[in-house]
Design a protein around this ligand. Structure first.
Ligand SMILES: C[S@@+](CC[C@H](N)C(=O)[O-])C[C@H]1O[C@@H](n2cnc3c(N)ncnc32)[C@H](O)[C@@H]1O
Length: 315
């Protein structure tokens, strides 16, 4: 059944408990980052005193996500890193969105020094893996239009992560839905991975085993090469959202590969509704959760206005 678009109002961990086990195909989400932004609502995640507390809260949320995912379901988790405060107590206004600012910065965590990169994405990834998730890939979101930084002793940061995690060893992953153009037309691996009619990574692995050896005579996939794990997507803002939204172009491949048409995508930190708008455009159902009632309304409006893109559908 298509046409379900809903955003539950409340805390992610609590609202997830109201959802049926094994009822969604994939989760595409970006939780609040550690110590970066004040979303102005009690119960928000991201203002914990230590990285450990923050990671533990998210592990609990994603444990519920795992329960709600089908056995072949995936989680696409966007998260960025940050530095310890170096003794500064407040954060400057964001140059792109002056409204988003942070009154307080967390203290330099124990075991870290001022100026240290905290490594939050990997702390979270390893904690999720320990909690039972299969940590399948670290996709790099490269931002060609990243904000300049006034630093002179390191490079300007221009990337975040999208971790691909799965509930089981084998899972739904439609590699054909996200192929990209070949750059060079003579790649052994690209020939080797072309198995007509096969849409999942485990089929490909079986194919690899059977085909060890002579690849030169094999055809190239006419639909392009397997999508690479560095995605260059410019950041974009959404009118009315005074917080970090991810671009629709970033959510698109996650939805296309992770969720078949007519099935359901989840975002427990819905924000301005980017995942929901993409899911609707691509003919998928959407269930979101959002703690801030203003953001929830904004997201519902945005998703309501999104149109199904019939050209991108194979129905
Ligand atoms: C990084 S933003 C998500 C942005 C979203 N990906 C978009 O493109 O608009 C994180 C969102 O999580 C929400 N949030 C914070 N704590 C929450 C909680 N405990 N439960 C549910 N939502 C929460 C914030 O209000 C914010 O809208």
């Amino acid at each position: 059944m298509v046409g379900i678009e809903t955003i539950l109002l409340g805390d992610a961990a609590e609202q997830l408990q109201t959802l049926e086990a094994e009822s969604v195909h994939c989760c595409v989400t970006s939780p609040p980052y550690f110590g970066l932004r004040d979303y102005g609502v009690p119960g928000q995640i991201g203002l914990e005193a230590t990285p450990e507390e923050y990671v533990e809260k998210l592990v609990q949320v994603f444990r519920e996500v795992r329960r709600v995912l089908r056995l072949d379901g995936t989680l696409w988790l966007n998260i960025g890193d940050s530095y310890t405060s170096g003794g500064r107590k407040t954060r400057d206004c964001d140059q792109k969105l002056p409204a988003r600012t942070m009154g307080q910065r967390p203290k330099t965590p124990e075991g870290m020094k001022p100026k240290d990169l905290m490594g939050i994405p990997w702390l979270l990834a390893f904690a999720l893996r320990s909690d039972g998730w299969y940590l399948r890939q670290d996709i790099i979101w490269h931002k060609p239009n990243a904000m300049p930084e006034s630093v002179r002793d390191r490079c300007t940061k221009s990337h975040e992560y999208i971790f691909l995690l799965s509930k089981s060893e084998r899972y739904h992953f439609d590699c054909d839905a996200i192929r990209e153009p070949f750059l060079t037309a003579d790649r052994k691996g690209d020939r080797r991975s072309y198995r007509p009619g096969c849409a999942s990574s485990f089929d490909l692995d079986a194919g690899h085993q059977a085909q060890k050896g002579n690849f030169a005579g094999l055809p190239l996939n006419p639909n392009g090469r397997g999508k690479r794990d560095v995605w260059s997507v410019s950041t974009s803002s959404f009118k009315g959202a005074h917080f970090a939204v991810f671009p629709e172009k970033l959510a698109e491949p996650c939805v296309l590969a992770g969720c078949p048409e007519d099935r359901t995508v989840l975002d427990p930190f819905a924000g301005s509704g980017t995942t929901g708008a993409v899911a609707k455009r691509l003919g998928r159902n959407f269930i979101g959760i959002e703690l801030n009632p203003e953001y929830r309304n904004m997201a519902m409006e945005r998703i309501g206005a999104a149109q199904v893109d019939h050209e991108q559908l194979t129905l």
